[in-house]
Design a protein around this ligand. Sequence first.
Ligand code: FES
Length: 256
Amino acid sequence: MTIYPDDYGGNFRWQSTNDIADGEKLHRSWAFDMQPGDGLLFHTDHVPGSELNRTDQTRFAISFRVSVERPVFPNLHFHPYIHAGWHDSGLLRPIAQLPAMAQPSYVRSFAARLRNKAFPAMTPAEPGARLPEAIGHPVGAAEGMIEVPLAEVPVGTVRGVTPALCVARLSETEAVALTRRCPHAGGDLANGWVMEGTVVCPWHNLPFDAETGRSACTSLPALRRVACEIREGRILIDPAVVLNRPEREPGVEAAE
Ligand code: FES
């Protein structure tokens, strides 16, 4: 389970795919394990997202929302609720949703959601779309090397080098350059962070080993890791030199 406490009430731009737009930076999340049989209660103001894929086996999550009193609907929170008492009555059943829906906060959040659907933020692939942050500069066009000022990547952070590459600063003396797009659903790893030798994707909190580029999801390919070194206040990256095997290991079956 992943929770983004510092993003409560955040108003993000979205892509037409319903994914958060590039450049919209989530704050660092809290993540913890849940076991079969565990339950988690949210205040109705809190919107739990449901997509998470960090196991190597299929699992099912069944969730429903119960509100002790009439729910309130903060930003983009407009899940339909049914008045349990009215729902049990044959007479009031057809309008059992009204007590929750007929309130200004529901109408406002529903309108905002419609607006986002009608005018989604553009993805970088679309013409005219804003490119995500990229702080790398070519060094010597012939060699195809890229450099990034070391000061731009504090320890523990990840930054976008090019639209395809990001760099993660593991320690004072170590940095790694990896594929920027998460192979799970395309999250921008440049918005992620470093945690105990891994680079964590901000969308579903999946950690990728910084050395191998692999995650716990055997159904996902590893991130490509390319040559990268810290030298004289700069991070030098050679995208042509791949240091790991980004493909799946032969014989490892994708989880269904
Ligand atoms: S973990 Fe889902 S997009 Fe990265």
